[in-house]
Design a binder for this molecule. Structure first.
Ligand SMILES: Cc1ncc(COP(=O)(O)O)c(C=O)c1O
Length: 478
């Protein structure tokens, strides 16, 4: 069925090995009776070397079946949950497609053109990711996502140095996969310091400096917080860490890569975790930056074929990696434009809500990443708030864990009271969010907050001028 698909082998290495006839590009056909014939460049071939296969090239009708339980376009809620995941940029999708169809070679195959073209695509992607963070391409290792990169970096460095050093520093507001990696290490006998954060979510540099000990091997501090958008001072952290020989600096940059300026050399970063699906790339792919000079040696967590400098065994998934690479390339090219667009919408949302609803607190730092706006609504019951916002897809500061409704540990670490953590909403704005969407959301939020407050006895007391904080609630619980 696929025998009529033309395949583009215009990459440098292949042009040499699959010679081109006069004036025509060289192509090989996938296995079949007519393999290795020359065909014309597809009409959808684009300047930058990518093409989208036309349906007629596939030999069958390309149609995405709509799942029965999928949301109809007109009933889909407005998506403001960009920290959970971002949509794949259509240009990323286009770049990936050839590697899901005809360019299916294993990038580790050394003996034929299928492997070479896949390998070239992987190396191009590696360069795009490296360029985005100011790194050398050789220092980028592909993984399945930031969870894996965090595990690999934290456990890997800790275990490699375990004979001499058994102390790790991190913060109380890290993503669960960092905290859980540290908890695992604690069970293995490592000593973990969880630095607190200040009210604005930023760590104290003095506290960091004081926490570093002769047996510290790693400091792991995230770049942008996923719940609050708080940005940690990476450059200052890097400078403090590198005053101490033999201590490495890892940053979980899943929410930062492609959103804010990052440079591993300028910031003294030794290891960095990257996730594809947070920057308009596909899910299931990510990268770890692992510095070679001076060399950082994490102990690999996977055993196998020794791919990716021996740090991450397993066949590199070409299409996903190409998607991540294209997402990184676009992010670098469009970061300034994205930032202006996102900041504008973020200000629009905050200003409009503040103009109509009193007692709204922004959690985190006003100078944080503008695409993550975390607001708490006093005197509004958190669960009812979320339930009332069915037309909007966003996250709340209440994390449902088993039977109980736990307030966010991140907001608690910033000193938010339990009820304020419960009544918080995280608005995630991204590249494709529109002003009309923000206006729709604002309108809903305003009317919902007013309606829920009308039903709140606390709000009634506030209206009557009673100081809520002066009430002794323990009396009334009997
Ligand atoms: C800060 C942070 N770190 C790590 C992760 C995990 O990323 P991935 O889904 O790529 O494993 C996330 C995603 O939620 C995140 O926000």
């Amino acid at each position: 069925m696929l025998s009529r698909i033309s395949r583009n082998v215009s990459r440098r290495s292949l042009v040499a090995s699959v010679s081109s006839a006069s004036g025509r590009r060289a192509f090989v056909q996938p296995s079949g009776a007519d393999r290795a014939s020359l065909v014309d460049v597809p009409s959808t071939y684009q300047e930058d070397g990518h093409f989208t296969p036309r349906p007629d090239m596939l030999g069958f009708k390309l149609e995405t079946p709509r799942r029965e339980d999928s949301l109809e376009a007109k009933t889909r809620p407005i998506y403001l949950d960009m920290q959970a995941t971002t949509p794949v940029d259509p240009r990323v999708h286009d770049a990936m497609l050839p590697f899901l169809t005809d360019q299916y070679g294993n990038p580790h195959s050394r003996t034929h053109a299928y492997g070479w073209e896949a390998e070239q695509a992987v190396e191009d992607a590696r360069k795009h990711v490296a360029d985005l963070i100011g790194a050398d391409a050789k220092d980028v290792v592909f993984t399945s996502g930031a969870t894996e990169s965090n595990n690999m970096s934290i456990k890997g460095v800790a275990r490699f140095h375990k004979e001499k050093k058994r102390h790790i520093i991190t913060t109380q507001t890290e993503h669960k996969c960092v905290l859980d990696s540290c908890r695992n290490l604690g069970e293995e006998g490592f000593d973990i310091t969880y630095l607190p954060v200040q009210k604005n979510g930023v760590i104290s540099l003095d506290e960091l400096e004081a926490a570093i000990r002769p047996d510290t091997s790693l400091v792991s501090i995230m770049a942008v917080n996923n719940e609050t958008g708080v940005i940690q001072p990476l450059k200052e952290i890097g400078a403090i860490v590198h005053k101490h020989r033999g201590v490495y600096f890892h940053t979980d940059a899943a929410q930062a890569v492609g959103k804010i300026h990052l440079d591993v050399n300028e910031m003294g970063i030794d290891l960095m975790s990257i996730s594809g699906h947070k920057l308009y790339g596909p899910k299931g792919v990510g990268a770890a930056y692992v510095r070679r000079r001076p060399r950082v040696r994490p102990e690999p967590i996977f055993s196998g074929g020794g791919q990716e400098r021996g740090l991450r065994s397993g066949t590199v998934p070409t299409s996903l990696v190409v998607g991540l690479g294209e997402a990184a390339r676009l992010a670098q090219k469009e970061m300034a434009r994205d930032h202006v667009h996102i900041k504008e919408l973020s200000d629009r949302l905050i200003n409009k809500i503040n103009a109509e609803v009193e007692h709204v607190v922004r959690n985190g730092d006003a100078n944080g990443y503008p695409g993550c706006v975390n607001l708490s609504f006093s005197y509004v019951e958190g669960e009812s708030l979320l339930m009332a916002l069915k037309d909007i897809a966003l996250s709340s500061g209440s994390a449902c864990t088993s039977a109980s409704l736990e307030p966010s540990y991140v907001l608690r670490a910033l000193g938010a009271a339990e009820d304020m953590a419960h009544s918080s909403l995280r608005f995630g704005i991204g590249r494709f969010t529109t002003a009309a969407e923000v206006d729709f959301v604002v309108k809903h939020i305003i009317s919902t907050a007013h309606r829920l407050r009308e039903m709140s006895p606390l709000w009634e007391m506030v209206q009557e001028g009673i100081d809520i904080n002066s009430i002794d609630w323990s009396q009334s619980q009997h």
